[in-house]
Design a protein around this ligand. Structure first.
Ligand code: ZN
Length: 263
């Protein structure tokens, strides 16, 4: 009982209503940005250690070039950006963890197809990190499922820190066979929107986002129930609605952020 009261006090103490950059949507995040970055860095080191980092020079260089352009406009001087390619043709996926830790799996490269296609995916993933969607999901999970227990783990350090790091990997679906806690629909949509803004600011053609989701739809026709696309698709539905919304945003973003000269 006392433990629970303590946790509740901590919850209310930390409950910070913050707003998302660009969209200004306000939400509650219970984890500090510093703590979140630390968890992201731990999870990233773990994933790189367990996975196979690709030595495919051409594609690694391409991803780092995209990363250089997008991170320049992301305006996060506190992030130590890293961009890696992981060898796994079955994983049609990519992610950006807090702290600017980006990885692509080789399986997504045939769908991204070009540098601009890779920029569509990377800008979307970076947007999730900028908007702190992981911390928001974690905070919702803390409140809804486990109350103060997880918060205690995050704040506690030691064994608690290890537990929260594990939770983080689960949250991002990084561990094999773990439950994937997907982003909400609203977060997905928000990442599409902010991703377009980053593309525009970095001088990439936003129209490629429509083309990319078109390719995803095509690649997944008739394959909805099985296969390697499931993981990315379960969290990123390639719907017509998604493409329509992107088409609507493009002229707005163009008006709001006039295109910089080509880098
Ligand atoms: Zn997403």
């Amino acid at each position: 009982m006392r433990k629970r009261l303590g946790a509740l006090a901590a919850l209310s103490l930390l409950a910070a209503c913050q707003s998302v950059p660009y969209t200004n949507r306000s939400r509650v995040v219970l984890i500090s940005a510093t703590e979140e970055k630390k968890l992201g860095e731990q999870a990233y080191a773990d994933v790189l250690k367990k996975g196979k980092v690709s030595g495919d020079r051409a594609n690694v260089d391409m991803l780092r070039q995209v990363g250089r352009r997008l991170s320049k406009v992301a305006d996060k001087p506190d992030f130590a950006w890293e961009f890696n390619l992981l060898e796994d043709d079955k994983q049609i996926n990519a992610f950006c963890l807090p702290g600017g830790k980006v990885a692509f799996y080789t399986g997504i490269l045939p769908v991204t197809a070009t540098e601009t296609g890779a920029a569509v995916v990377m800008s979307h993933e970076i947007a999730h990190a900028l908007a702190r969607h992981g911390a928001e999901r974690m905070s919702q999970g803390m409140v809804a499922q486990t109350g103060g227990q997880l918060l205690g783990a995050v704040l506690g350090g030691g064994q608690g820190a290890a537990a929260s790091s594990k939770l983080y990997e689960q949250l991002y679906g990084l561990g094999a066979g773990l439950v994937v806690l997907s982003y909400s629909r609203a977060q997905e949509s928000e990442a599409d929107h902010i991703g377009l803004i980053l593309m525009q600011k970095a001088g990439y053609d936003m129209e490629e986002a429509v083309a990319f989701w078109g390719r995803m739809t095509k690649a997944t026709e008739g394959k909805r129930s099985n296969g390697p696309l499931d993981k990315f698709l379960s969290t990123h539905p390639a719907s017509q609605e998604r493409q329509d919304q992107i088409k609507k945003w493009i002229p707005e973003v163009k008006a709001q952020f006039p295109k910089p000269p080509s880098p």
